[in-house]
Design a protein around this ligand. Structure first.
Ligand code: IPM
Ligand code: MG
Length: 350
């Protein structure tokens, strides 16, 4: 069982180090190997997804990723930007299904900017399509046309792409509260009319799941108005990018939220939902829990080890109950700790 570890940029190396310590403590005979992705890879090789990383990632059963990007690389040509490394590995490994849970831990009810009764008990799962849509559509570019600059991108989905992410979402809903909300913009965009049509066609195969539809602007509003109405949401790459950031903040801190990006065989890339946080990089204050919880998702989805996954998640709940908090979730009366101390606390709880 091989895990490729990609610490990436910014706080990435600090948070992945803690997740690696947790994985090693489980003593499950994983082979871990590190490689470069993103800005770190650009600095070393000129390529945000270098061949050596591609080889290792393809060979591994799972990939654990920190985060990529930072202001240092913002002015590079688009092909060399760290984000290209992330999009590149998602596409290369065929990781079309992105699972982003947003769970509010009772201990963190005050960390949310929303009223406690609106968010208490929140447990939603966003299923985001990850290898299609306007993110990858051709043609794209910025050109000179008729004497002015012209920017263009292409939104598209094939019905098979919609069907395979739809199935992942229906299956996920089946294991939860059996409610699936498909999010589109069918009142304006043809691509998403097809999205809705295909979801409706799939529904008879899952008679136990209640399928509803919502336009994306309304979904953005409903997420802050009454988020507990949702169980599983399924949507395309771009809408999913936006809605998953919004959903994460319902829980108080994006520093708590893991994610899994899976291919058709449950090979997966696991990363925190947050970014590289260059403003706090290297200071030892970042919250490693999202990355540790991503490792738990890895144990569950790729290695099919529910017991080990639950063990890690229980350890995280325990450190929260014990009152340990990194700066992003700190409130008076709790114990403020740094990245490494939080890792220590999880190891102790394990
Ligand atoms: C995410 C990120 C990425 C995305 C960026 C860094 C390319 O925002 O994983 O949500 O847009 O998918
Ligand atoms: Mg995003």
């Amino acid at each position: 069982m091989k895990i490729c570890v990609l610490p990436g940029d910014g706080i990435g190396p600090e948070i992945t180090a803690e997740a690696v310590r947790v994985i090693e403590a489980l003593d499950l005979k994983f082979e871990l190997e590190e490689a470069l992705l993103g800005g770190a890879a650009v600095d070393a090789t000129g390529d945000p997804y270098p061949d050596a990383t591609r080889k290792l990632a393809r060979e591994a059963d799972a990939v654990l990723l920190g985060a990529v990007g930072g202001p240092k690389w913002d002015n590079l040509p688009r092909e060399q930007r760290p984000e290209r490394g992330l999009l590149g590995i998602r596409k290369d490994l065929g990781l079309f299904a992105n699972l982003r849970p947003a769970i509010l831990y009772p201990e963190l009810a005050n960390a949310s900017t929303l009223k406690p009764d609106v968010v208490s008990g929140l447990d939603i799962l966003i299923v985001r399509e990850l290898t299609g849509d306007i993110y990858f559509g051709q043609p794209r570019g910025i050109e000179n046309r008729d004497g002015e600059r012209y920017g263009f991108n292409t939104m598209h989905y094939t019905e098979s792409e919609i069907r395979r992410i739809g199935r992942v979402a229906f299956e996920a809903a089946r294991k939860r509260n059996k409610r699936l909300c498909s999010v589109d913009k069918m009142n304006v965009l043809e691509t998403t009319q097809l999205w809705r049509d295909v979801m409706i066609e799939l529904a008879p195969e899952y008679p136990d799941v209640e399928l509803t539809h919502m336009l994306v602007d309304n979904a953005a509003m409903q997420l802050v108005r009454a988020p507990k109405q949702f169980d599983v949401m399924v949507t395309g790459n771009m809408f999913g990018d936006i809605l998953s950031d919004e959903a994460s903040m319902l829980t108080g801190s994006i520093g708590m939220l893991p994610s899994a990006s899976l291919d058709a065989n449950n090979k997966g890339l696991y990363e925190p939902s947050h970014g590289s946080a260059p403003d706090i990089a290297g200071k030892g204050v970042a919250n490693p829990l999202a990355t540790i919880l991503s490792a738990a998702m890895m144990l569950r989805y790729t290695f099919n080890n529910e017991a080990a996954a639950a063990r890690v998640e229980t350890a995280v709940k325990k450190v929260l109950a014990q009152g340990y908090r990194t700066g992003d979730i700190y409130e008076p009366g709790t114990t403020k700790v740094g990245t490494k101390q939080m890792g220590d606390a999880v190891l102790a709880a394990l």
